[in-house]
Design a protein. Sequence first.
Length: 131
Amino acid sequence: MQDKPSATELLEAIQDFLMKEVLPEFRDKDLLAYKTLVSWNMLGVISREIRSGEESLDKELTRLSSLLGKKSEFPKTWNEKKNLTSSWNEELRDIIRKEKKSLEDTEYWKHIKESVIEKVEIVNPRFTTES
């Protein structure tokens, strides 16, 4: 891992390049302009995931641990955390299906709602739950 520039700084520099130098060259080419904007957006998602993805993952693991009665010591690496989260979410899914959890089982639905909100905030920084 290098110190400077950071991965997010590099991604933001590429985004800036796409918007200021590449996109203007494709103003009359709709498909290329669209693909440039999609690329710019994907770089933003990656940058936000690098900045806050692990924190969201830790929060989700903490909630799942509580819901499923699991140990609270989590793996150290990002990939191990993602795999554990996926496994525990499958377990939660099976519990919801098997036990036919309803909206009255608020702790389950609160976890699901919070997890979805955290994921959408990474994909769409303009997302808000405020009315």
